[in-house]
Design a protein around this ligand. Structure first.
Ligand SMILES: CC(C)(COP(=O)(O)OP(=O)(O)OC[C@H]1O[C@@H](n2cnc3c(N)ncnc32)[C@H](O)[C@@H]1OP(=O)(O)O)[C@@H](O)C(=O)NCCC(=O)NCCS
Length: 204
């Protein structure tokens, strides 16, 4: 488990497929998160995907829960890759409980993913993709230090027209220069507890 302030990250279990089934078939949610809302998935397909996730060692996939109640609120993923001697983590998330959108949880999840990438997995950079109309996600990524790069033009067709997808990235040094502020904002009074647990080893 990776505890991060109000939220915690745990592995996806087979029992979670039921809640994933409702989230992954929510037209609005998938329109924002994956830009292919008509790709409904039944339980058999989800079970097949789950078997693939288990085998894929480059991908870390989590259920995000509220730390206090253990209520699942969404998913987060981090995919490790290496190209030309540079280690990149592609990150992504969605909050399946839509009533929780816009309350700052997305920023917390993103900072937690950056902590995993840079402070635990020693990545050189992180990147994310987001469809042109997903302004909430763009704002959330930019607040966490991601820079918007190029646009992949006409990358998705939804609601009668084509849309571009933006590439976002953040380098290790850029994150480290923002880290103190981002951790303070994300963790508040749980900052010291986090630093003690994840940024030091007792006795060293
Ligand atoms: C994207 C997502 C993870 C963001 O999480 P969130 O908790 O809703 O977002 P946050 O509250 O952390 O931050 C949203 C930011 O966007 C702003 N915002 C909210 N609604 C907005 C809108 N309609 N347009 C533009 N900005 C908006 C907020 O003011 C906030 O900005 P701030 O940092 O200046 O305060 C969440 O909304 C979600 O799961 N959306 C659906 C799936 C998705 O889009 N996944 C990401 C794919 S790349």
């Amino acid at each position: 488990m990776f505890e991060f302030g109000r939220i915690r990250f745990r592995p996806v279990e087979r029992e979670d497929l039921k809640i994933l089934h409702s989230w992954e078939n929510d037209f609005e949610l998938i329109m924002y998160s994956r830009s292919k809302p008509m790709n409904f998935v039944n339980m058999a397909q989800l079970e097949k995907q789950y078997e693939e996730w288990i085998k894929d060692e480059r991908e870390l996939r989590f259920i995000v829960e509220l730390a206090d109640s253990k209520e699942p609120i969404g998913i987060a993923r981090l995919r490790r890759g290496e190209w030309a001697n540079v280690k990149t983590a592609e990150v992504g998330t969605y909050i399946g409980k839509k009533e929780l959108w816009g309350k700052g949880l997305g920023k917390q999840i993103t900072v937690a993913l950056l902590e995993m990438a840079f402070n635990q997995l020693n990545m050189d950079r992180c990147e994310a993709w987001s469809v042109e109309y997903n302004q909430r996600a763009h704002k959330s990524l930019e607040t966490c230090g991601f820079k918007r790069g190029g646009i992949m033009r006409d990358a998705a067709f939804i609601n009668g027209r084509k849309w571009g997808a933006y590439h976002f990235d953040i380098l290790r040094d850029e994150y480290l220069s923002l880290r103190d502020d981002l951790l303070k904002q994300a963790l508040g009074d749980k900052l010291d507890e986090y630093l003690k647990k994840h940024c030091t080893i007792e006795g060293y």
